[in-house]
Design a protein around this ligand. Structure first.
Ligand code: NAD
Length: 253
């Protein structure tokens, strides 16, 4: 059977859950040797490693030195998917400073720290794929998500910059920007959004989340994974510096 990513090594950050896990599964199905990263139950992670023929490195990506240690320990990667992220919902005047710092560290700075470590190995091979999970919030804003929107806009800008720097090196760098994907990250922000807006759970689901998506459907993690696989292929070699909206029409408005 032809497997497009046979002989490729991929690091997918934040891949013990949600979108990252779906991307890791899809890359492994195409033959890539996958390194998982993220938190979770040790037994569950061991099972995932067995299922995918993967290894796992549990570095906390809010810590630059832990990222450097992880990148050194795992060695060169051909595919880097910067996916780990978190959310916090609060009005700006009440936004906890520690949450702002954490979101900047995880959703933005971590991608810089992994990328700067991965690029020399990619350059040496003359081939590489950097895929950053941004968000519709890298393109448009929503109230009460100041840190997340700022970090994701920053990630989109970072991606365009490295795409230009690496354009003649056989390395592409692109963002995938999903709308609302039904994962724990979305589920967990419902209570805070209920509090910030004084709404019921049903109102948050229908009037806030799916109100943004003209299709009235959540995106699936597998939809994101399929686009990531496409961006890893030879057919996508000319695509770099792009920011793919995968948002059911949200940012078309
Ligand atoms: P998730 O909460 O299901 O998964 C997050 C992953 O990141 C987990 O594996 C978790 O263990 C890991 N993680 C969290 N903190 C970490 C840390 N400090 N160090 C290392 N790993 C850490 O979330 P998800 O919905 O799958 O989101 C993945 C990415 O997609 C995020 O960047 C998110 O902003 C983005 N995104 C999600 C949606 C959505 O609707 N779910 C939409 C657009 C963009």
């Amino acid at each position: 059977m032809f497997r497009m990513l046979k002989d490729k090594r991929a690091l997918v950050t934040g891949s013990t859950s949600g979108i990252g896990l779906a991307v890791a599964r899809a890359l492994a199905a195409e033959g890539a040797e996958v390194v998982l990263n993220g938190f979770g139950d040790a037994g569950e992670i061991a099972k995932l490693c067995e299922e995918l023929g993967a290894t796992h490195h549990g570095a906390d990506l809010m810590d630059a030195s832990a990222i450097a240690a992880m990148m050194g320990a795992i060695g060169p990667v051909d595919i880097l998917v910067n996916n780990a992220g978190m959310q916090h919902v609060a009005p700006v005047e009440d936004f906890p400073v520690a949450k702002w710092d954490a979101i900047m560290a995880l959703n933005l700075s971590a991608a810089f720290h992994t990328t700067r470590a991965a690029v020399p190995g990619m350059k040496a091979k003359g081939w590489g794929r950097i895929i950053n999970t941004a968000s519709a919030h890298s393109l448009v804003a929503s109230p009460f998500k100041s840190a997340y929107v700022a970090a994701k806009h920053g990630l989109a800008g970072f991606t365009k910059t490295i795409a230009l720097e690496l354009a003649t090196s056989g390395i592409t760098a692109n963002c995938i920007s999903p709308g609302y994907v039904w994962t724990p990250l979305v589920e967990n922000q419902i209570p805070d959004t209920m509090a910030a807006r004084g709404m019921t759970r049903e109102q948050v689901m229908n009037d806030i989340l799916l109100a943004k998506q003209p299709t009235k459907q959540f995106i699936t993690p597998e939809d994101v994974a399929a686009l990531a696989v496409f961006l890893c292929g030879d057919a996508a070699r000319g695509i770099t510096g792009a920011n793919y909206a995968l948002d059911g029409g949200w940012t078309a408005e």
